[in-house]
Design a protein around this ligand. Sequence first.
Ligand code: 9MR
Length: 775
Amino acid sequence: MTTDPREKVFNGGFDNNDTGGWFAAGADMSAVGGKLQVQVPGGRRQPYDVIVGQNDIRLERDAQYTISFTASAGRPVTIRTQVQLSDEPYTATWSQNVGLDPSLKQYRYSFTSNLDTDRGQVSFQLGGSDAAWTCTLDDVSLVGGTAAQPYRPDTGSPIRVNQVGYLPSGPKHATVVSDAQGPLSWQVATSTGAVAASGHSTPRGLDASSGQQVHTIDFSSLSTPGTGYTLRLDGQRSYPFDIAGSLYERLRRDALHFFYLQRSGIAIDNALAPGYSRPAGHVGVPPNQGDTSVPCQPGVGDYTLDVHGGWYDAGDQGKYVVNGGIATAQLLSQYERTKTARMVTSAALDDGSLSIPEHGNHVPDILDEARWELEFLLRMQIPAGKPNAGMAHHKVHDRAWTGLPCLPDQDPQPRELHPPSTAATLNLAATAAQAARLYGPFDTAFADRCLAAARTAWKAAQDHPGMFARPDDSNGGGPYDDTDVRDEFYWSAAELFITTGEQPYLDALRSSPYWTGDAFHDTGPDWKFVAALGRIDLATVPSKLPDGDRDAARASVSAAADRYLKTIQDQAYGVPLGENDYTWGSNSIILNKLVVIATAFDLTGERRYRDGVLEGLDFILGRNALNQSYVTGYGSHFSHNQHSRMYAHELDPNLPQPPLGSVAGGPNPGLEDPKAQKALLGTTTERPKPQFCYLDDIQSWSTNEVAINWNSALSWVASFAADVGAHDTPPAPVIAAPLTGLPDDVVITMGEDHQVNVVLPPGWSVLVQASTGAR
Ligand code: 9MR
C-alpha cells in the first residue's frame, strides 16, 4: 500500500485481515487473506441497496485526486464506485460504473473534487443483481489534496492541575509544559484575583510519557479553603480549582451510582436517575432473546439457565463472571474497609446514601448494589446434576456484536452461555466467600447461600484447574481470557480462609506461589491479576491468620506502595504509571495502584501514602498531558463521549451522555480500535506518545469505554479520598492560656490528623474553646 502523505483512505490494504475503518450496509463483509470479501445478496434492486465504504474522508474543492483499487467478482457484474458526501444530500463528486470479472484487476481514475468537506465517503455500490455474488476488494486508495497533518489535539493552557481541586492539608502539585531551561515564577490567584501563594517551578526536562518538556510546581503550602483558584505563570492560567475538605464527597456517590445505571433486568427509574430511565433489559421480552432462559453454546451443554440481572459490563451488554466478580469484590472491599480503616465516614455508605430502589431497607446501599451482581454471579454457577456442576460459566453475551446505539431492551441478538472456566469459578468463590461474611448481619440466609456456593466453586475449580477461556472467543463480547489462574486460586483461598478460618484454605494459601511471591506487579492489579485482592484482605481484615503472617502481608502492602510512590515521584505528571505501562484501561491500573497506596495509609497512618493517593487522583482529574479530566462531570474539560450503547448522546441527541462519575478507560498506545487508529495514526506511521493515545469519541472503545471494573476502582479511591477529606481539619487552634494546675492523669496529645485527644479522670468534664489564628 502507498504511504503517500496525501493518502485519504485508512486500512485500504486490509492487512492483518482487519476491516477496521470500513462499513457494510445490506451485506456481510470480512477480511480474508488480506482482502475484503463481501457476500452480496441477490435481489437487491438498486446499486445503493448494498454498499461497502469508508466515511470521514477529507475532500478539498478543486484539488486533484486519484482513486485506485483492485477488485474481482465471482461472475461478471457491474458495480458503481463513488466519492461523495456520507450524509444528505449524498452529492457525488465522482461516480463510475466499473465492470468486474473473476480475475483480480487494478482500476485507477483521476478527478477534481467539487466538494469541500470532512464528511466525504468512498463507496462501492454493489446491489442490483438478481443472483448473489462475492465481491473481493483490495488496495483501496484515494490520494490527493494536502498532506495529512500530524495529530495534535487542542490541549489548552500549558498549566495542568487537578481541575476539581485539592484538600486543604493535601499535596498540591501541577505540571507546566515549557521549554524554559530555568525555573519560572508562578502565582496562585483567588477567584477575585488576589495572590494567595507564589514561588518558582522546577524544570523537569523531557517527560517520556508525553514527549513534552515540562516543569513541576508544588504549592502545598497553600491550605486556605476556597473556590475558583487559578495557577498562573507567564501570562497563562490553569483551569479553576477548589481547595476544600469535602472535595470528593460528590464523587464518592456518583462513582457508585454508575452501577445502578448499568443494571440489567430492571427498569431504570427516572425518579432515581433523572434522564437515565429505560425499560428493563434482557428480561425475556421481545425483541430481547434473554436472559431468563439462555442456552449454552453448541457443544457446551444441552440446558438453559436463568441468568437475568447483574450489571452490563461496559459499553457492551455482555455479562462476564470474571469482571463482574472483581468489580463486586471492590465494592465489598470499599464497604469492608470502613470496619477497619483509621479514617472513615461509615455513614457515607449506609442505607439511604445512594439513589437506588432498595433505599430504606436497613441494609447499607453499597451492599444492596453489590448484591444485584452477586445474585447474577450465583446464577452463572452450573447446577448439581449437570456436567461440570459447581463451575461457573465464563460469560453470557450476544452471539454477534450489536451496533451503536442500542438500548438493552432493544437488543435482538440471541444470548449464549459460553463454556465454564476455572478463572470465573474462582472469581465466584472469592467474591461469594467475601460476601458471606459481610451480609451475615443483614441476611443470614443469603450469607449462607453465598458461602455454600463459594465452597462448591472452590472444590469444582480444584477438580478442573485448567479450563481456560479462549482468547479468540470474541464474537459479540470480549474474551477476558486468562491461562494463569494461580493468582485466582490464591485470592479465593484467602477469602475462604478469612471467612471460615478453616485449615485447608490456609494450607492452600501456604502452598500458593503468592504466599510469599509478589502480589503487586508494576503493571498493577487488574481483572487478570488478582493476587492483590487476596493480599490486601489478608493484611486488613481480622482473621485467624497467624500474627507473623499478617505482619508479612502488611509489610508487603507498604513495600508495594513505596514502589508505586517512587514512580509518582519520577513521573513529572505525578502518576504511578511508567511511560511504558499505559495499556487498555490505563486509568483503572492507576486507580488500582492508588488502592494499594491507600491501604498502606489505612495500615500505617503515614502521611506520604495519603498524599500519594491524592496526587494520583490529580492525574485522573486533569493534571495530565491532555489537560483532560477522565471523569464525566468533574473538572472544566472532561470525558463525555465514552463508548457505550446506552449513553450514546454523541450519536443520538435523545440519549444521555455517560452519567456523572463515569471514568474513561484512558490512554492506550495499543490503539486497538479503528477510530483511534484512523484519528491518531491516520495514514502515517508515527505513533503518538502514550499519554496522547486517547480520543474522547464514542467509537474509540480501546481508549474511551466505561466499565464496571474501572468504576469500582474509582469508587473505592473516591471513598478513601472523601474519608481523608472529611478528616482534613484546618490547622489546629492555638491553646491561648497555659494549662496549669492539672493533675497528672489528664493527658493531652495531638494526633497526626490534627485531632486533640484529651483523657480525663473519672468525673471530669472539659470545656473546649477554640481560637483561630496563626499556629
Ligand atoms: O479491560 C479489558 C482489557 O484489559 C482487554 O485488553 C480488552 C481486550 O480483550 O478487553 C477489555 O475488556 C472489555 C471486554 O472485553 C468487553 N467489554 C468491555 C471491556 C472494556 O473495554
